[in-house]
Design a protein around this ligand. Structure first.
Ligand code: TYM
Length: 334
């Protein structure tokens, strides 16, 4: 609790440009939940190091991510939007928590298995302990709620397990966080292989809508989206391409599946894909305009980053000192 409000915590890796999946699965929900909670959002740059980064591009991406959070509608004067690497407590708590995490638990993480298969030449220890750092992010701020897409569910479960284990030994140190995974948009799929999650790192540019794609590109990518040999706009397991487009359209317009099916009854896939493309482009246009303004105003973003780093540091230190004391580390002499 901060200021009598429950605490919401989330973040994204600072790699590449965000996709429509990141937006509909997470960022859009953050904006919706924003008033109700005291919110902290991290630019998760430490997590990004698990994959090799080009330093100059990495720094640009991190700043771009910060600006995208703000452009999407998060107010950095009300919400604490900060860089994970600027608060040293994340790494410190992560070490302590790694001593309360079993290798057997980490071995079960599907995201580790997927990433290890993808980056077979760089299966580093950071990739393996990635969920412990994520647990530290969340527990450091005593978060009540963590809005994420479906792919992060397992990481939330291990976070809860670690927190419960720690609390059972040392008393009520950590708040046990609840995941918030919205029904619509929790798993946006690739436009080219709709059995696969839409992912930043997809090599096929047509598979992914980037938040900064221009209107024509967005519409073109939707026109090329893979569907099926049927002609009816209907939500069904055996129609993953159309169902994914319906999910996207539903998130953006607020229409239910029944309403969408009725709207496109008797019309072809071409009309439907065009409508989805236009709706997404309309949704992203104000975000893109605000993003351009923010990136041009260096002093405003710098001031927000500085102010929020200090705020996050303050909250983080409170938990970190408590944890250090509980496990028996010697207190500093003042
Ligand atoms: P990341 O950076 O991979 O993704 C950021 C958020 O976007 C969601 N997401 C999706 N949602 C729906 N459909 C998709 N295709 C899709 N792709 C991504 C993710 O579920 C996520 O919510 N480990 C985290 C970052 C992180 C974090 C944290 C999150 C680090 N520490 C603490 C919450 C709390 C990650 O890699 O997300």
């Amino acid at each position: 609790m901060i200021n009598d409000k429950k605490l919401l915590y989330s973040g994204m890796q600072a790699t590449g440009t965000l996709t429509l999946g990141n937006y509909l699965g997470a960022l859009k929900n953050w904006v919706t939940l924003n008033e109700e909670y005291e919110c902290l959002y991290g630019v998760m740059d430490l997590h990004s190091l698990t994959v090799r980064q080009v330093p100059a591009d990495f720094r640009k991406n991190a700043r771009s991510l910060y600006a995208l959070y703000v452009a999407a509608g998060l107010d950095p004067e009300k919400n604490c939007i900060y860089y994970q690497s600027h608060v040293s407590g994340h790494a410190e708590l992560s070490w302590i928590l790694s001593c309360f995490t079993y290798m057997g638990e980490l071995n079960r993480m599907t995201q580790f298995k997927d990433k290890a298969a993808k980056h077979a030449d760089n299966i580093n220890a950071g990739l393996y302990t990635y969920p412990v750092l994520m647990a530290a992010d969340i527990l450091l701020y005593q978060a009540d709620l963590v809005p994420v897409g479906a792919d992060q569910k397992q990481h939330l479960e291990i976070t809860r397990d670690i927190a419960q284990r720690f609390n059972s030994i040392y008393g009520d140190v950590f708040t046990i966080p609840e995941p918030y995974i919205a029904k619509a948009g929790a798993k946006i799929m690739s436009l080219q292989e709709p059995e696969k999650k839409m992912s930043k790192s997809d090599e096929n540019a047509n598979a992914t809508i980037k938040l900064l794609d221009d209107r024509d590109t967005i519409i073109r990518k939707f026109k090329r989206a893979v569907t099926d040999s049927d002609t009816v706009v209907r939500y069904a397991e055996e129609k993953p391409g159309i169902s994914n487009l319906m999910d996207i359209y539903s998130c953006v317009t607020g229409k239910t599946n029944e309403e969408i099916e009725r709207e496109f009854a008797g019309k072809g896939y071409g009309d439907f894909k065009l409508a989805v493309g236009e709706a997404v482009a309309d949704e992203l246009a104000p975000l893109q305009a605000r993003y351009a303004e923010l990136m041009a105003d260096k002093s405003y973003l710098d001031a927000m980053i500085k102010m929020n780093d200090e705020k996050a540091q303050y909250y983080a230190n409170k938990t970190l000192r408590k944890v250090q004391k509980k496990v028996g580390l010697t207190e500093r002499i003042r």
